[in-house]
Design a protein around this ligand. Structure first.
Ligand code: PSV
Ligand code: MN
Length: 393
């Protein structure tokens, strides 16, 4: 990277120092597919141990200072104590993810269920999550609904939208002045015919009518193949409605694999939209979260790898020569404009990131440093007894 101008280097590293990536508590627990969960050694047995693992990711990357919780998987008696433990470990608690998809009552939906009693129960859980946010100091309530239909005629699509709007309204009105609601969409699964929040347009329309503290979250795995995700990013940024990302990568559906693994170029294009809006740093209010499961690979190094993948895509996006791009665009120079973007994408930013880490007092190679640290050998022994955390705990 010796050929980078000092001013470019300075600009890029300044932005990268600001970048914050939130890891997910469930990424540290056992996970799998509906076919098999392969248990791993050293997996956390409770939310405290998940936080200890998240703290290791931050210790080696310097870029992952918060961890998202999932209720009820991360339910504890004393959330203030959990927050204090996190602070002691050098991290903070991030978004609270509600879960209205795992109770038997939710077979026909949660907040859109035809039964008002089930709807009340689901809304009660959403409100409980806001109570928890008050105690953890979390800013964001992240909502994903599995609600939907499998068969035409199963329920009234419009009525379900009304029920959804009512539930969102009641929850939104309970938020404190510094709290936000992030509404996630997903094309399909578990519902196959209709999903009640299937796409960004539906999420956006609900957020628009709720108010400014309701924003859309883009889970990169929740689209049809071929969807242009960076268009969605650009649109929501322009509308001031992009609340955050759930990063992961997918080959087919909601694969929840390491971000940047399947299509690093897509991640670069997404981050370029963020860079153009000057939205990399925390002042933008955009939560850059990971929503991944590591079913066959070791979990902590996989989360570290994911953080590094986001950093690499961001560094490349920051390297785009925006002046050259603007003049090529203004001149209608199609090939020239595309070449400016591709030049940045093809730059090897790993030396720059290694230098940045050395400047920050970090090991230039976080995965290797983690592997040398002896942490895994310690947790594999210490956590040998007890029940490993997983999707249901
Ligand atoms: C299910 O698709 C999901 O991955 C959603 O994306 C949520 O964010 C996450 O689970 C946790 O509830
Ligand atoms: Mn998600």
């Amino acid at each position: 990277m010796t050929d980078l101008a000092a001013s470019t280097r300075e600009r890029v590293t300044r932005a990268l120092r600001e970048q914050r990536i939130e890891t997910a508590s469930w990424a540290y627990g056992n996970s799998g597919t509906r076919f098999k969960v392969f248990p791993q050694e050293g997996v956390p047995r409770d939310p405290y141990e998940k936080i200890a693992d998240a703290a290791m990711v931050h210790r080696f990357t310097g870029a992952a200072p918060t961890v998202s919780l999932h209720i009820p998987w991360d339910r504890v008696d004393d959330y203030a104590d959990l927050a204090a433990y996190a602070a002691q470990q050098g991290v903070a608690l991030g978004a609270i993810n509600a879960n209205v998809f795992q109770d038997n009552d939710y077979r026909l939906g949660s907040v859109t269920n035809p039964d008002p009693g089930v709807r009340r129960k689901a809304i009660g859980h959403l409100l409980e999550c806001v109570d928890i946010m008050d105690r953890t100091g979390s800013r964001d309530l992240k909502l994903w609904f599995s609600d939907g239909l499998n068969y035409p005629g199963q329920d009234n699509i419009r009525d379900r939208q009304d029920r959804l709007a009512e539930a969102l309204r009641e929850t939104y009105d309970r938020l404190g002045p510094d709290q936000r609601m992030l509404l996630e969409y997903k094309l399909f699964e578990p519902a196959f015919y209709v999903t009640d929040v299937p796409d960004w347009g539906t999420a956006y329309a609900h957020c628009l009518s709720l108010g400014e503290r309701a924003q859309v979250v883009i889970d990169t795995g929740h689209h049809a193949p071929g969807t242009n995700i960076e268009f969605i990013v650009a649109f929501l940024l322009r509308a001031g409605k992009l609340g955050g990302f759930d990063f992961n990568s997918r080959f087919y559906a909601d694969d929840d694999l390491m971000v940047g693994a399947a299509d690093p170029f897509q991640l670069f294009r997404i981050m370029f939209e963020i860079v153009q809006a000057d939205a990399v740093g925390p002042a933008s209010g955009i939560a850059f979260m990971l929503d991944q499961c590591h079913n066959i690979e070791p979990k902590i190094p996989a989360v570290i790898r994911s953080v590094l993948n986001v950093q690499e895509a961001t560094a490349k996006a920051l390297l785009v020569d925006t002046a050259a791009l603007a003049s090529a665009q203004a001149a209608g120079d199609v090939l020239g404009a595309n070449a400016v973007l591709m030049d940045a994408y093809h730059t090897d930013v790993r030396p720059l990131l290694r230098d940045l880490r050395a400047d920050q007092g970090l090991d230039p190679d976080p995965v290797a440093a983690y592997q040398r640290s002896g942490y895994f050998e310690r947790i594999r022994t210490e956590r040998a007894g007890g029940d490993a955390a997983g999707w249901g705990a």
